[in-house]
Design a protein around this ligand. Sequence first.
Ligand SMILES: [Zn+2]
Length: 120
Amino acid sequence: MHELSIATSIVDTVLQEIQRKNLPPVQAIAVRIGALSSVDPEALRFGFDAIIIATPLAHTKLEIEFVPVQGKCRGCDREFSVVDFVFMCPFCQSGQIEVTHGEELEISYLEVAEVEETRA
Ligand SMILES: [Zn+2]
């Protein structure tokens, strides 16, 4: 299962980050998944929930932001949403499209517990 290895790498990355920066407990991990990344958000969530049980992230939520496909026309330079994987410019019908969004597969941010500041 492809999503399980992605979930593993997300968890590993965050655990390293916690250790490196000595972060307080992480409450949520937000990830951005593009429509072209061929990741099934539900399968990813399932894999994530299975992996975190035995880690310090056992109570961490996975927040998935799904990014639709967006393209930019090389002909007329306009940006538009790509619907149903039709890679054609809706303005000038050019097929010379550069994909600007939709291939994302990244951690966008971590939500950590608030730690009360101790003042002298
Ligand atoms: Zn165009």
